[in-house]
Every structure is written in structure tokens, then in C-alpha cells.
Write a protein that binds this ligand. Structure first.
Ligand SMILES: C[S@@+](CC[C@H](N)C(=O)[O-])C[C@H]1O[C@@H](n2cnc3c(N)ncnc32)[C@H](O)[C@@H]1O
Length: 478
């Protein structure tokens, strides 16, 4: 590491800014947002900046004359556009005067560089790549943005306000650190992050008041919580920001087999990972046992994530788990995920609804032929209905027979979409009459069946038409 990250107090003196154009104005805005006073030599004489509020605009000091001769006394940093003659001369003077200087895009003449910044009020994360690649720094910043709770700055602010009082109340350093850890990780921290700052403030006030210190919560046993998280259909980037945060906060992750290792890798490194789903050819531990594990984890004060493929409430047993948690008095929450139907629709370009063509979508599951026999297919025969069957591979002949017997055309376009959103995704398209044969063309992995005219808009259908592997289906597509 060559560049040491330090945070400059922007209130201790003016920053000298030299240059013109949009990049310089962007830096000006950044400095003003940090509360700095800025002495600005606009080399083209244009000091206009849009969109500044009056307080920020008042902190700009317009400077004139030759910037190379600028007065550096009291200046806390110099920032100069481009490495032209002005930049080089000013950098040399700043160095000689011991003032930190940044010449934009010119490491050789700079003594500091700007990091990419995640700004959450009192919490600021700076990301640097030693000046090698601002693009990489920005990508890292995006990832940090994604996992950092929106109100983390409020939490730091709250702690800042109560620091002195708590210091007086708990003078011993180690005890105090433990106290603050419990505040951050416990119900007080959770209340702030959930936007209930007043509640958190009241809890801290109760702690500082000696008469209520013992029962104030932050010092008590931590409370457990279970978050049901939908992991999406496979692509790790389809996990929601909220799901990712829950994962990174969890002490233990109970996961289905469908959840890919790339997604599990996004959990905290020291979190326990417990597989609880069915594996190919092997039964899972059973729903009752899963419920028990979740309840026990929460009752032991752990933050547990129950990570499921797709969405927890779409054929995901989320309902049963939530009921068990509620019955046991365990605190829980649910984070939705992208269900496989939507993942496959996006991946293979199947518009599940289409104006004037498909007016409704039905998600159904038919694990076995006798499940298919229970479905009232007569409600799904109109042309405007798109049917998505989860877990329908084995029951494909029964699904075909049920729909055709109820009156749906055997020439209805259908698609079998497997391992959607994964790198090895696969599709087979054709007509309803051939559904079982299409299923046989799939090489394994989770797959769903989509039945309806909209399949004729899909990318695999268009490719098959181009390759003329659907000669007798042209009419069905029309
Ligand atoms: C037990 S269900 C879970 C569904 C999940 N909760 C959801 O919302 O997608 C498993 C079924 O989802 C479907 N599925 C899951 N992931 C899939 C994927 N990546 N591509 C296609 N189908 C998938 C398959 O039909 C699989 O048999």
C-alpha cells in the first residue's frame, strides 16, 4: 500500500481549486458537500455553477490573478486540473510549502489522490486503487453501496452523540467496547437501521439513567432473528440488495441445495452454513426439522438466514416456516427473491404477458402425475393464458394430456427452460403435443415449463425458426 487513507477535516481552512470545466465543477461540488471553503481560480473566468444551495455557494471564494502565484498560507489542500504548466508549477510550490496537492490525472505531480467514496453521513468509505484504475474503484464502491445499510450513518451519529455520557457511565475501556458492540449488533442498532431512531435514543437514555441501567436491553442477551431470503434463480447478481445485507449479517445460513456456491460465498466468511434441502437422490432433513433448526438458532440469540432458491413464498415452503416461527414467538422477516419463472422469462426473452395476446399468467406446480390430475385444466385453455409449471418435468405427459383434453390446442407453443440465469442455461421449444419429447432434450438441473402463445416471442423460438428446426410450427407462431 503506497497511499495511506486518511480523512481530511475540511473545516480547518480553504481548499485551493484551479481549473475550469465539468470535472473541476464536479470536484467543487464534492468539496462543498464535505463542508469545505473553496478558493477557486476558474482559468476560463467562468465561475458559474448550477444547482448549488445558497449556503454552499457562499463558501466559494472567487480568486483572480495568476494561479501560479496563489497565496498558499492557511490552505489545507491544492487541487488543480490537468498537468499543464500551471499544474506543474503549482504542485512544486505546494510541495515546497508542505501543502497536500492533487493534479488531476497526474500521479507524478500529486501528493494525494481522491478515492471513490461511499457517503452515508457520518459513515464514509473510501476506496482506492493507488490511482491505477478509477473504474475498478467505482465498481468496488458500487458493491459497498449495495451492502451498506442506508441508515448506517444515523447509527454512527447516534453513538457519537452518546459517547461522552456512556464513557462517564462505563469508564472501563473493554467493558465500554463490549457495550457498544451490543448496541450496534442488538435491538438498538436494529431500531436505528429500521428508521426508528427515537426508540433507539430512548433506549440509550434509559441506559445512562442509573435507575434503569440494568434493564435497558443493550447489556442483556442478544435477540435472535430469522430472515427468509429469496436467493433468486441462480445468477448470484440477481440476489437483492436487502438479501445480500441479511446474508452478510447472519451468524448461520440454512440453505437449499438449489442455492449456488457463488451465492453462499456472499455470506460472512465466519458464518456457519447448514445445508437443509433435498439433494439429488437423497431426501432432505424434512420440514419439521428445518423449522426446529431455525427456531433453535433464534432462541440461542443467533441471526439466522434461511436461504431459498427463487422466492421463499413461491413453491418455497416459506409459508410453513413463517407459521412455525410465529408459533414459537421468534422474530422473523422475509426478503423476496426473483422467482424462477421471472428469471427464465428474462433469460430466454419470454414475455409472460403480452398486450392483447396473453392477459394472465398462472404459476402452478405438478410434481407427479397425480398432482397434474388434480388441476382443473379447463380454466387454462384460453389463448390469453400463459401457464408456468414448476417441478413439472416428470409430470409433463400428464400436463400435456390434461390441457389438450380440456381443449387447449396441441399446437400451442411451449418451452422447457432449464437452469435459467446460470451460465449453462438450456431451452427446448416446440408445441404442446410434443412436450414430453422436449423435456427429454434437457440435460438436467432445475427446469420449468411455459405453455402459451408468448413462447413464440422467445429467443430460443426465434433461433429455431431461423435454423428452420420448427418447420411445421410456423403456423402456431402466427
Ligand atoms: C421447490 S421449487 C422452488 C421454486 C422457487 N422458490 C422459486 O421461486 O423459483 C423448485 C423448482 O423451481 C424451478 N426452478 C428453480 N430454479 C430454476 C432455474 N434456474 N431454471 C428453471 N427452473 C428453476 C424448477 O421447476 C424447480 O423444480
Amino acid at each position: 500500500m503506497r497511499y495511506l487513507p486518511i480523512f481530511l477535516d475540511s473545516h480547518t481552512g480553504p481548499v485551493l481549486l484551479v481549473g475550469a470545466g465539468e470535472l473541476v465543477r464536479a470536484k467543487l461540488r464534492l468539496l462543498l458537500a464535505a463542508g469545505a471553503r473553496v478558493r477557486w481560480h476558474a482559468t476560463d473566468g467562468d465561475h458559474a455553477v448550477d444547482g448549488l444551495d445558497a449556503a454552499a455557494a457562499a463558501r466559494i471564494e472567487v480568486a483572480a490573478g495568476d494561479p501560479r502565484e496563489a497565496d498558499l498560507r492557511g490552505v489545507i489542500a491544492v487541487l488543480c486540473a490537468g498537468a499543464g504548466e500551471v499544474g506543474i508549477a503549482l504542485a512544486a510550490r505546494a510541495r515546497a510549502a508542505g501543502v497536500p496537492v492533487n493534479v488531476m490525472d497526474d500521479l507524478a505531480h500529486s501528493t494525494f489522490i481522491f478515492p471513490a467514496i461511499v457517503d452515508r453521513g457520518d459513515v464514509v468509505v473510501a476506496v482506492g486503487t493507488g490511482g491505477a484504475s478509477p473504474v475498478v474503484a467505482r465498481r468496488v464502491r458500487e458493491r459497498v453501496e449495495a451492502v451498506l445499510p442506508a441508515r448506517i450513518g444515523d447509527l454512527a451519529g447516534l453513538i457519537g452523540r452518546w459517547r461522552k455520557s456512556i464513557h462517564a457511565r462505563i469508564p472501563e475501556f473493554a467493558l465500554r467496547r463490549r457495550f457498544w458492540e451490543r448496541v450496534v449488533d442488538g435491538p438498538i442498532g436494529a431500531a436505528v437501521l429500521a428508521g426508528r431512531s427515537r426508540e433507539a435514543e430512548a433506549a440509550l437514555r434509559a441506559i445512562v439513567d442509573p435507575s434503569s441501567f440494568a434493564g435497558a436491553g443493550a447489556g442483556g442477551a442478544p435477540q435472535g432473528h430469522v430472515t427468509l431470503v429469496g436467493a433468486g434463480p441462480g445468477d448470484p447478481d440477481l440476489l437483492t440488495v436487502k438479501g445480500l445485507r441479511a446474508l452478510q449479517d447472519a451468524d448461520v445460513v440454512f440453505h437449499d441445495e438449489l442455492v449456488s456456491p457463488e451465492i453462499l460465498d456472499r455470506a460472512r466468511r465466519d458464518a456457519a452454513r447448514v445445508p437443509v434441502g433435498r439433494r439429488v437422490g437423497k431426501p432432505g432433513i424434512g420440514q419439521e426439522a428445518v423449522n426446529r433448526l431455525l427456531i433453535e438458532a433464534a432462541q440461542a440469540g443467533r441471526r439466522a438466514v434461511r436461504l431459498k432458491g427463487g422466492d421463499p413464498f413461491v413453491f418455497g415452503r416459506g409459508g410453513e416456516e413463517v407459521e412455525a416461527l410465529r408459533d414459537a414467538g421468534v422474530s422473523y422477516s422475509v426478503v423476496p427473491g426473483i422467482t424462477a419463472a421471472l428469471g427464465a422469462a428474462a433469460d430466454f426473452e419470454v414475455p409472460l404477458t403480452y398486450r392483447r395476446e396473453a392477459l394472465r399468467v398462472t404459476f402452478l406446480t405438478a410434481h407427479r402425475a397425480d398432482d397434474a390430475a388434480k388441476i382443473d385444466w379447463s380454466t387454462l385453455t384460453d389463448l390469453e393464458a400463459t401457464v408456468v409449471a414448476y417441478m413439472g418435468m416428470t409430470a409433463a405427459p400428464a400436463i400435456r394430456d390434461g390441457l389438450i383434453a380440456a381443449g387447449r390446442s396441441p399446437r400451442t407453443p411451449v418451452g422447457v427452460f432449464a437452469r435459467a440465469t446460470r451460465p449453462d442455461a438450456q431451452a427446448a421449444v416446440g408445441v404442446l403435443a410434443d412436450l414430453p419429447a422436449l423435456v427429454r432434450r434437457i440435460d438436467g438441473g432445475p427446469a420449468l415449463l411455459v405453455i402459451g402463445d408468448v413462447v413464440a416471442h422467445s429467443a430460443p423460438w426465434r433461433a429455431a425458426r431461423l435454423a428452420q428446426t420448427l418447420p411445421d410450427l410456423m403456423m402456431a407462431a402466427e
